[in-house]
Design a protein around this ligand. Structure first.
Ligand code: NAI
Ligand SMILES: N[C@@H](CC=O)C(=O)O
Length: 812
């Protein structure tokens, strides 16, 4: 959706649309290329009544700091000033047309006159005003570009409406700020507001400190009651450890509010503790997303259920101090807490752990008291997760991970969401990796969506609870979606496998493909598997979307694997490109390991020369039993009711199902062909071809005479009826066909149990004595079992797959 569409919408419905706040950090606005990306994100993700909060263009605040420092040191800053002016003029010229560019350049030049004057005469008093220029220029430029190209927009200087108590105590005066904002906000225009800056009660410019623009964004959300705040940044989410230190860190897709606050408190570089404060009393969801790849789903912070509460992460800090003093007793605990929010506090040992930057304030506090205080540099390592302090298993694992490490005996965090160990030496990357591995080694969460709840799908689901219980590799598998052709139930927090069909019956909503695809794009799982147990070609056309998102597919559905050569090759290439696993071992022979065997022969260097046999459980069941005593149509109805046939049995009788299976196997053996290359004999008479399935079943008695005649003829030659598939290579390439055959009654293909399939594989290694695979080739149990086998196989593969962390500057 582009913003133009939303403008139309906004003109009539502005009041009804929920407000979202989007914040772009400095690195996301560093140059014209980055700003173009931001504009693209705005077009795709913003509504006209949203608020965009911006930091200064990357590097500008540092340059302003530097100018202040040069002024203070009385060093000539002319060149640095000119360079900054030149850089900003260049950015304006690159992004705007001539008219707008000259207007903005003039404003910029006026600002530089003011800046020069302040630096020369009043840099101390005007320091915050000088720093504020960065955000003002950034907001002004972005707003001008949007106005020129995209939509009406206006820039606001947050100092004109955000009022805080003081720079040291940045509590917001919400009533005043909201009032001011409402007076300044223009309807039907996208608001671009400056981050990082505000004014105190005396009207002085203030800055909001580290991650100040994030704080501005959440303040804006609290002022406007926004539904979401997205922090667009240079990382694509919050990880279970700093990914620059721990390469195996996993993205935390959903963080409960309390856990996020604790991560911020312990110094997470993305989440500052102030950022979360304004949201404490609101139902606003906070997102962290990458402005460098807006399609990747980031981290969502809010209120979540069980699954998000299971997540653990590991964080450390080497910039902390152990404070010891007899005053740190129970009596002074409340005061110490109010003043310093220490990381750890142990009243029995009379010590606490604080951040290094708090040393001065703590010393001043102790100065008014009698007795000594000592500060000792230490480090901390912490495991953070929902109420971990109450989880004995987590504590035990944490202790085990620290077995060979020297620790001080202080582990009482001041939060229920962390367990902390204090280290006398700095925390090394090795230790962080060891602890992270121990805490998260079995935490890869795999979501499963099951499409098709019919004959086979239902049996697959009935086996699922026990499979999850018994197969350790399925331990972290969560059933999260159920789809039929008309209804869908998606529950990000998991659907109970035991109650799956009941919950589906009660809670499923009308199937909406757009909603489904949106959810799939943003799902919060480490891996997602779609199990396609539908007979639907339409559903198989979604595989492209799935593979584009790196989603894995288990297909019992044969459509995709037997699609045109071009489409099939495109699909397999796409899957490989995006790390998606596609398994479809039940597409041929139901649960029999035939696809697996051919794949394995090829993978290990053998060359398949011919594949033949009986590939249809349905036709095997029918012909093994059809002796003329019972009409053919009656047997067919019986096979249908046992779940042996395709939903429409003409798929079997026409030979199409067998034709598809032969194609799938030939492709697995490494040959390039398509359905048209396989000759197919249909057993469906012309007059039954175009009826609905219901009408066909009603008219199926019309099959009886045809099959009786075939049987009589076969018998007259001392033979029996079987439907055979055959692929073989010859001098011209290959030959492939499926059709009815009269076989000797003692032929290996004729002496099967009803419903059995038989596959004969001739290859370089199996020349004189072919490889034979035989067994039931259709039916609920064997097929559902085969799909479970694929599920276990995929989960095994995924358990060793490393997640690719995307961090600008690290691996991009
Ligand atoms: N019966 C057998 O022994 C074997 C069957 N298969 C394959 O298993 C698949 C399922 O077969 P059955 O369970 O017998 O079929 P069924 O007709 O009993 O059930 C099909 C299910 O798919 C759902 N569905 C149809 N179109 C859909 C769509 N576009 N989106 C979402 N759901 C959709 C239907 O609502 C229904 O729940 C077929 O592709 C079949 O070829 C594979 C191996 C063996
Ligand atoms: N109708 C099919 C079912 C499985 O694919 C068959 O009988 O082979």
């Amino acid at each position: 959706m582009t913003i133009e569409n939303l403008i139309k919408h906004a003109n009539t419905h502005t009041g009804k649309l929920a407000i979202n706040v989007h914040k772009f950090g400095g690195s996301s606005l560093a140059n014209s290329e980055c700003i173009e990306r931001v504009i693209d994100i705005i077009c795709r993700h913003c509504q006209i009544n949203d608020i965009v909060v911006v930091s200064a263009n990357g590097g500008v605040t540092d340059q302003l700091f530097n100018l202040c420092q040069l002024a203070k040191d009385e060093v000539d800053y002319t060149e640095a000033l000119n360079n900054l002016h030149f850089q900003l003029k260049g950015l304006i010229a690159e992004l705007l047309n001539e008219q707008n560019s000259s207007y903005l350049t003039k404003q910029l030049s006026d600002d530089f006159l003011q800046l020069s004057d302040w630096l020369a005469n009043d840099y101390k008093q005007q320091r915050n005003n000088i720093l504020a220029f960065g955000e003002v220029w950034s907001a002004r430029l972005l707003s001008a570009v949007l106005n020129e190209r995209i939509c009406p927009s206006h820039a606001l200087d947050s100092r004109d409406f955000i009022q805080i108590a003081s720079e040291q105590e940045p509590q917001v005066n919400y009533d005043y700020s909201r009032d001011q904002f409402n007076q300044l906000k223009q309807t039907h225009q996208l608001t671009i507001a400056t981050g990082y800056i505000a004014r105190d009660v005396n009207g002085q410019s203030c800055t909001l400190g580290r991650n100040g623009s994030d704080y501005s964004a959440t303040i804006m959300a609290a002022l406007t009651g926004a539904a979401n705040v997205t922090l667009w940044t240079d990382v694509d989410g919050i990880y279970s450890a700093d990914p620059r230190v721990v390469p195996a860190a996993r993205k935390l897709h959903r963080l409960p509010n309390g856990v996020a606050r604790e991560l911020g408190r312990l110094g997470n570089p993305v989440l500052h503790v102030n950022t979360l404060k304004p949201l404490e009393e609101h139902a606003t969801h906070l997102h962290v997303a990458s402005s460098f790849d807006s399609e990747i789903s980031g981290t969502e912070i809010g209120k979540f259920g069980f699954l998000a509460k299971q997540e653990l992460s590991v964080t450390y800090s080497n910039d902390v101090l152990l404070v010891s003093s007899e005053h740190l007793s129970a009596l002074s605990k409340p005061e110490a807490f109010t003043r310093f929010s220490p990381i750890c506090f142990d009243e029995k040992q009379a010590l606490m752990v604080i951040k290094q930057e708090q040393q001065k304030a703590v010393s001043q506090w102790f100065a008014s008291k009698v007795g000594d205080v000592t500060f000792k540099p230490v480090a901390i390592i912490a495991v953070v997760g929902h109420k971990v302090a109450e989880r004995g298993d987590v504590k035990a694992r944490f202790k085990r991970a620290l077995e060979n490490t020297r620790t001080l005996d202080v582990v009482s965090s001041t939060s229920e969401h962390s367990i902390i160990s204090v280290l006398p030496d700095s925390c090394s990357p090795e230790l962080t990796n060891v602890v992270h591995h121990e805490m998260t080694k079995d935490a890869k969460h795999i979501g499963v969506v099951v499409a098709g709840l019919g004959n086979i799908g239902e049996r697959f689901l009935s086996l699922l609870p026990n499979q999850i219980k018994r197969q350790s590799v399925l331990e972290n598998v969560h059933l999260v979606g159920l789809l039929s052709s008309k209804k869908a139930l998606i529950n990000t927090d998991g659907i109970s496998p035991k109650q799956a069909l009941l919950q589906f019956e009660k809670q499923a909503k009308d199937y909406d493909e757009t909603l489904l695809l949106t959810w799939l794009k943003n799902h919060p799982y480490d891996e997602l598997i779609v199990v396609d147990i539908t007979p639907s070609e339409t559903f198989s056309l979604l595989y492209r979307e799935f593979f584009q998102q790196g989603i894995h597919v288990i297909g019992a559905n044969k459509w995709a694997a037997s699609s045109s050569t071009e489409y099939y090759n495109g699909l397999t290439a796409l899957a490989e490109q995006n790390g998606s696993v596609w398994l479809g071992n039940t597409t041929v022979g139901a649960g029999l390991p035939i696809n697996f065997a051919i794949n394995d022969l090829r993978r290990s260097g053998d060359e398949v020369k011919a594949i033949s046999g009986i590939f249809s459980g349905t036709l095997s069941w029918l012909f093994e039993q059809y002796d003329g005593s019972v009409p053919f149509s009656e047997l067919l109805t019986n096979a249908l009711s046992q779940g042996l046939t395709e939903p429409d049995p003409r798929e079997d009788l026409s030979g199409r199902d067998v034709q598809r299976k032969l194609l799938i196997l030939a492709r697995l053996a490494g040959f390039t062909l398509s359905l048209e290359d396989i000759e197919c004999q249909s057993l469906v008479p012309e007059q039954l071809v175009s009826l609905s399935t219901q009408d066909f079943l009603k008219q199926s008695h019309l099959l009886d005479e045809l099959f009786e005649n075939q049987l009589l003829q076969a018998k007259s030659e001392g033979k029996c009826l079987r439907y055979i598939a055959k692929f073989e290579i010859n001098e011209d390439g290959y030959q492939a066909n499926v059709g009815l055959a009269f076989l000797d009654t003692d032929d290996a293909f004729a002496r099967l149990n009803p419903c059995d399939n038989i596959f004969k594989i001739e290859s370089q290694w199996y020349q004189d004595n072919p490889l034979i695979i035989r067994g039931p080739g259709a039916g609920r149990d064997v097929t559902a079992g085969g799909i479970h086998s694929d599920l276990v196989a995929i989960c095994e593969q995924l358990s060793t797959k490393q997640h690719q962390v995307k961090i600008k500057g690290l691996n991009e």
